[in-house]
Design a protein around this ligand. Structure first.
Ligand code: NDP
Ligand code: MG
Length: 396
């Protein structure tokens, strides 16, 4: 299991230099809260945003990073940039790739949504920067390439996704060599108790209304379809070097047990905390250190019930699809991810129904010209192919 050992991770210095990519998003803003709370322990060296440039400027004024990147070139060119002394302005994905490799950056927090986060994560890993990874789509689309980039440079990838962060923590508590399986918990999302017929007519605002987490729009829709859990199955497969048969999903509506691991003797270890992304973000930034931070804590002075039940595969076909894609590997993950990104956008624009998201993705994955060991160019090409195929599916 290619997990970084605490000793191999550079942490015994006064502060950790961090670049936050996707700083204006839900994970990005939570990361800024962690940085604010930890004061000098974290030094924000770089920030990126796509469309919310006013907010980027506010964050730059507060944290005074060495550079900021505005990734959407058109919006960046129209924007009236104020003077930001000491902060260099970079533009576009080129700017991102230039920023992440800069001096003074120990860890790149990858919180861009979708495949748009792939190249900057690869650039960071290639330069030996540790990556605190929220952007699961990167691993889903190009898991073997991303993991190899980390291995080759000796950089570590610490997952922020709460399930994978929990699994990472549980493995640290046991012996990785004796791991038999991982159990991903799933809240079940806003439609946990809905029928297929009800979901057929679900509206974007209903699907965006997650019971436990306040997240970006794309991952909120992914949670409602349970495509998020399917993406997480594939993410876990690459991150922890598992086979699909070692990954189980259990529905746990309270989102307190973030995931579990089972060892060969049958012992199961779990990680618990209230649903608050600031904890996995802090853990990933400071690993292996644990210091008081801003995240909410468990309160056992009040009664607390935790429920677990098996998922309903007939209402949530995304899960089996995710397991199949994890088993297939190769180009399947890139197609799965790209088709899902396009289908989620189409659902949000009310061009397709809710259940069509998983239907479309399943059909595009089934039809795709499979390659077992694609390189990065082939991943980029198949991603493009899958987007076009999904758009055709939507128009049909
Ligand atoms: P948001 O939509 O809230 O934020 C996305 C961020 O990425 C914003 O800063 C946005 O900039 C930027 N962005 C959007 N499109 C592009 C692009 N094409 N190029 C560069 N930057 C872009 O998403 P979340 O914070 O919810 O999620 C981020 C990632 O973390 C996703 O991969 C998600 O799956 C993962 N994740 C999120 C969790 C959560 O609790 N939110 C939990 C676990 C994982 P701007 O806003 O300026 O346009
Ligand atoms: Mg998650």
């Amino acid at each position: 299991m290619p997990l970084p050992s605490p000793e191999s991770t550079i942490r015994n210095r006064e502060f950790t230099g961090v670049a936050v990519l996707g700083a204006t998003g839900s994970i990005g803003e939570s990361a800024m809260e962690v940085a604010r709370h930890l004061g000098n322990r974290i030094s924000v060296k770089g920030l990126s945003a796509h469309s919310q440039l006013d907010r980027l400027v506010e964050l730059a004024r507060e944290f005074r990073p060495d550079w900021i990147v505005a990734t959407d070139i058109e919006t960046a060119n129209k924007f009236r940039w104020p003077d930001l002394p000491g902060t260099e302005l970079l533009i576009g994905s080129q700017g991102l790739q230039q920023g992440v490799v800069g001096d003074g950056i120990d860890t790149v927090l990858a919180a861009i949504v979708g495949i748009a986060g792939l190249q900057s994560t690869l650039a960071a890993l290639g330069a030996g920067k540790n990556v605190a990874l929220a952007n699961k789509e990167t691993l889903v689309a190009a898991g073997p390439i991303v993991m190899a980039a980390a291995r080759n440079s000796g950089a570590s990838i610490i997952p922020i996704d709460s399930e994978h962060n929990a699994i990472f923590q549980c493995i640290q508590a046991g012996q990785a060599g004796y791991l038999s399986k991982v159990i991903l918990t799933a809240s079940g999302g806003p439609f946990r108790n809905w029928t297929i017929e009800q979901m057929e007519n679900a509206l974007p605002e209903q699907a965006l209304n997650h019971p436990n987490w306040d997240m970006g729009r794309k991952i909120s829709i992914d949670s409602a379809t349970m495509m998020n859990k399917a993406l997480e199955i594939i993410e876990a497969r690459w991150l922890f070097d598992l086979v699909a048969g070692q990954i189980e999903v259990v529905v746990h509506p309270q989102s307190v047990v973030h995931s579990m691991v089972e060892f060969a003797d049958g012992s199961v270890l779990a990680q618990l905390s209230p649903p608050d992304m600031r904890l996995p973000i802090q853990y990933a930034l400071l690993y292996p250190e644990r210091i008081p931070g801003p995240a909410n804590r468990m309160n056992f002075s009040k009664a607390l019930s935790l429920e677990f039940s098996p998922p309903d595969h007939s209402r949530f076909p995304a899960l089996k699809l995710g397991l199949r894609v994890a088993e297939q590997g190769g180009t399947a993950g890139a197609v799965f991810n790209a088709a899902n990104e396009v289908a989620v956008e189409a659902f949000l624009k009310q061009e397709i129904g809710f259940n069509d998201i998983v239907r479309a993705v399943g059909e595009v994955v089934a039809q795709h010209p499979f390659q077992s060991s694609p390189d990065l160019d082939q991943i980029v090409a198949i991603d493009q192919w899958a987007r076009e195929e999904t758009n055709k599916w939507i128009l049909d």
